[in-house]
Ligand binder design. Structure first.
Ligand code: HEM
Length: 469
């Protein structure tokens, strides 16, 4: 303990070495509530052999906004050594700028392809359902469906037709993150020992490497083909509109010295940040929707109205997304209540003094106490714990709106730059699903998220899909 700093109080614990780890893993909801009551806005716990600080609603925006003192990337790297998995990425410092410029600013132009891909994949993985069809572990199906539009946007129409490419998009994140499933038990022996061992393991065996190889193989053919066609057809060549083509048109791109591994790693990074997050969120929403059939009729009527804007192929214009107001509010509510109890760790990069005078030292991991935000009446409105799907209609807060009462996409300068893409996908997907199927849970009960420690995961319970008559 640094005697010069006015550190947050360390919550009392009974068992040396284990500290608070066991109770945090088994009853984080009640435990954190009690800690906050007894110790105040910011307190520290002894978890996995290390002191970590939990920051309540009063100060967590400081963590998100003061990026000169808090870094989410370093904290993430300690959980999963992405720099070892994607080792050609050292020079990709401008990934957010690139994403905004190449993808987010062009979302409108991707509207039609996004819907065509989602509708195609929904048909492929869910189908007509003339007879009731039960799908368990919807997350797996959702991941496949979400991959189609994202693969199309990132590597183009032609490559996204390959089953192998779709499998890479759907499996890369799970394979890359496999190592982080190991609980960091070695940290009880020495701080961050687990991280160093994981780095060594990944250098010897990296389960994601097969996906990088698949991408490189296809990228070689595709880039060769594009360069050839461009040369052959000149100005009359129809330029493919996708992220890959934008990369090939960068000033620094040298057709005589192509670094395929680097291009593959850039794509893998975006697969990593986009597929699991979007599929996970979409699964939470569809589980909530299916669990609460009493709201489906109202949402169905809204989507029927929205459908009037579709063209002869059933494709909606970009602007139709703004008309899905009730669906948007439902999504926000579902995502609000599916966030983990505490989340978004950041590492302190230089000693920091919070507005209340408490100080955290450099290198300390701080976690945001999310539940403190989501269960607060002044931030969420009455009955913050209850699922009220249309509560956000009154406040006019869309599902992508970040702020003091919604942390899913982080905040400040580093707030998720891909959130509009993710929510658009969820909305277009659900528009189609609500119009196409009757939905119910197999159990007939509400299937809420599954808790593992302080984290919430979508339920694996079955959903019954049946064609609307
Ligand atoms: C529902 C889906 C998604 C969720 C819940 C999500 C959540 C997050 C969160 C919590 C952060 C960290 C924010 C912070 O540090 O304050 C983040 C960052 C990021 N996300 Fe997302 N995200 C989602 C979808 C996407 C998609 C679809 C993309 C890209 C296509 C994307 C790209 C990124 C990038 C590049 C960053 C790093 C930003 C930076 O460090 O400046 N995300 N996301």
């Amino acid at each position: 303990r640094d005697p010069k700093l006015n550190m947050p109080p360390l919550v009392r614990y009974k068992f040396p070495i284990i500290g608070h780890t066991y109770i945090y893993l088994t009853n984080s909801e009640e435990f954190l509530k009690q800690c906050k009551k007894e110790y105040g806005e910011i307190f520290s716990l002894y978890l996995w052999g290390e002191v970590k600080t939990i920051v309540g609603k009063e100060h967590l925006q400081e963590v998100l906004k003061r990026d000169d003192s808090f870094d989410a990337g370093i904290a993430f790297e300690r959980l999963l050594p992405l720099s070892v998995i994607l080792k050609h990425l050292a020079k990709f410092q401008n990934s957010t700028k690139v994403l905004k410029e190449y993808v987010m600013n062009k979302l409108k132009t991707y509207t039609e392809r996004m819907q065509k891909n989602l509708n195609f994949a929904t048909q492929k993985y869910i189908g007509d359902c003339d007879e009731p069809k039960i799908i368990s572990n919807v997350y797996d199906t959702m991941t496949k469906i979400i991959c189609y539009p994202i693969a199309d946007i990132f590597v183009g129409k032609e490559l996204s037709q390959y089953e192998e490419i779709i499998n890479t998009f759907s499996d890369f994140t799970i394979d890359a993150a496999k190592i982080s499933i190991i609980p960091p038990v070695l940290d009880f022996i020495y701080p961050r020992l687990q991280y160093y061992i994981n780095c060594i393991i990944l250098k010897i065996y990296n389960p994601a490497v097969k996906h990088q190889r698949i991408l490189i193989k296809h990228l070689k053919n595709q880039i060769y083909k594009r360069l050839q066609e461009k040369e052959k057809y000149g100005d009359s060549w129809k330029r493919p509109a996708d992220f890959l083509q934008d990369l090939l048109e960068e000033e620094s791109f040298d057709p005589n010295n192509i670094n395929y591994a680097e291009i593959a790693d850039k794509i893998c990074l975006f697969i990593f940040v986009s597929i699991h997050t979007t599929s996970n969120s979409c699964t939470h929403v569809i589980m909530d929707l299916t669990s609460r059939p009493e709201y489906i009729q109202e949402l169905y009527e809204e989507q029927l109205e929205v459908r009037k804007e579709a063209d002869e192929n059933g494709i909606l214009p970009f602007e139709a997304l703004n008309k899905m107001k009730k669906l948007d509010s439902f999504i926000r509510e579902s995502l609000r209540l599916s966030e983990s109890i505490s989340t978004l760790p950041h590492v302190v990069t230089k000693d920091y003094t919070f507005a209340n005078g408490l100080q955290v030292p450099k290198d300390r991991a701080v976690h945001l106490y999310t539940d403190d935000v989501y269960l607060d009446e002044s931030l969420q409105g009455p009955n913050p714990k209850s699922f009220e799907p249309f509560r956000h209609l009154e406040t006019n807060a869309s599902a992508t709106k970040i702020g003091k009462n919604f942390l899913l996409f982080g905040g400040g300068k580093h707030a998720c730059p891909g959130r509009q893409l993710a929510i658009n996908e969820v909305k277009f997907f659900l528009h189609n699903v609500i119009l196409k199927y009757n939905l119910r849970t197999e159990s007939g009960k509400i299937e809420g998220p599954k808790m593992i420690g302080p984290r919430k995961f979508p339920s694996e319970a079955g959903i019954v899909f049946e064609k609307r008559k």
